[in-house]
Design a protein around this ligand. Sequence first.
Ligand SMILES: C[S@@+](CC[C@H](N)C(=O)[O-])C[C@H]1O[C@@H](n2cnc3c(N)ncnc32)[C@H](O)[C@@H]1O
Ligand SMILES: Nc1nc2[nH]cc(C(=O)O)c2c(=O)[nH]1
Ligand code: SF4
Ligand SMILES: [Mg+2]
Length: 220
Amino acid sequence: MPVSYSSTEIPALTDAAAPSETGLLPVMEQFYTIQGEGYNTGRAAYFIRLGGCDVGCHWCDVKESWDADAHPRQSVEQLVEAVLAHPGREVVITGGEPLMHDLGPLTAALRAAGCRTWLETSGAHPLSGTWDWVCLSPKKFKAPLPEVMAAAHELKVVVFNSHDFAWAESHAALVPAHTRLYLQPEWSRAARMTPELVEYVKRHPRWQVSLQTHKYLDIP
Ligand SMILES: C[S@@+](CC[C@H](N)C(=O)[O-])C[C@H]1O[C@@H](n2cnc3c(N)ncnc32)[C@H](O)[C@@H]1O
Ligand SMILES: Nc1nc2[nH]cc(C(=O)O)c2c(=O)[nH]1
Ligand code: SF4
Ligand SMILES: [Mg+2]
């Protein structure tokens, strides 16, 4: 069952959510590729990367996305038309932090057009939209909200150092029992941390390894 949240269920939209009230969303980039990470790794998907993020991860691999105003705005209709020009019907909404925007209208239009909606989020902002798959990647820099943790199909923790395994466990205790658990090496530390991560998963087999396979494949 997809999870659905409408903007009307959200008590108070933050200022950051205001731009989508115009019906337009800031889009940094959009591309058809292979989902590189987590549960859906290897599946073709159309990516929509929305501008705007206030979480501030020092190792973020897409810092150009942080300033929403740096990116041109598009309508939901424009975005759906772009998706439908490709054969895939799986659509990843990422960013930036996509939940800084009201994603109800975009996900409703995508699903009406026959697409599946997949979310990549830190969970730091209220959940909006209707989702077939929610990938929650919580961050130390701005805590995930309980409502997003409750909706996570997948918990994907980025491992920067050895302390992150205990931090990952503390978040695994807060998501539903059916949520898939992934540990993903932080890219700049992958050579150093991946062997430790592999040993951790062997000792704690409810976790799985997630690699940023698109970076090894040299695709977007
Ligand atoms: C760029 S973020 C955008 C979505 C959302 N802001 C988030 O953090 O989940 C997409 C995914 O890339 C992961 N990520 C970002 N920088 C990374 C890095 N340097 N190494 C590994 N994963 C990274 C994030 O944790 C997240 O799962
Ligand atoms: N191929 C590919 N897979 C991804 N999975 C999550 C990504 C993201 O930046 O949200 C990402 C990305 O940027 N590229
Ligand atoms: S929450 Fe996501 S987009 Fe924002 S800084 Fe962290 S990794 Fe980058
Ligand atoms: Mg990425």
